[in-house]
Design a protein. Sequence first.
Length: 243
Amino acid sequence: MSKTPSRAKSVLIPGCLVMVCLALTACTGGTNTSKASRADGQGSKAALYETDYDGQTSTRNTQDSKAKHQVPASHKAEQRRAKKGEQIEGLSIAPKRRPNDPIYVSLVPPVLDSKMQQAEKSKGAVERQIRSEFTSDPIIKLIEGDRSSSDKGKLRAAPSIADVEVAPKVSIKDIYVLQPQTGKPGKMTAVIFEATITSQEPPVTSTVSETGHVLQNVEVSKRFATQIKQVILERIGPGIPAH
């Protein structure tokens, strides 16, 4: 009679362990995943083998999954490259102006510093002097602008007409130069012409300047205009689209 409880206990304990193992298996979802490599004549491929709690095994190729994610990104990159190539090709094959075709230039009224304003003999004399250097040019054509009250009476040309815009500045400054007689530095009152030259197509921004004695401002302005013409005709002109 004393051995019966011990025998029941020995049967009960293993049974409990079996129940606990079954419960743990159910909690984990019953899926076992392993990774292996296989060769099929086209190189080694990585695959995932998944086994569920019923013992069913399924195979998934990891490289195929990655390729599916990479295809859209590579396709978009290819589209961007193709679009950029089309734009570059379109610019290269677009007809350009012929050598003798006119170039329309917007010459913005010059900005004068206070000393130049005082030295100007009459209002607008500096602007007229600069413009006169372009009037007889066979290629460069200065376009006319209209006066706008919002622009304080300054001439402003329509940007859609001009191929090139020229924005000059003129100032008077004391500078030090070498004296030709003595070879020593000496002060000289100089007139300084500067200009920013821009075009949209071809996209060019260039600056030029010319300096000389203030009493020789006409000669200095002529050299200044020659520099502007050189940039327009040689650097910008060949790339301007045909009108």
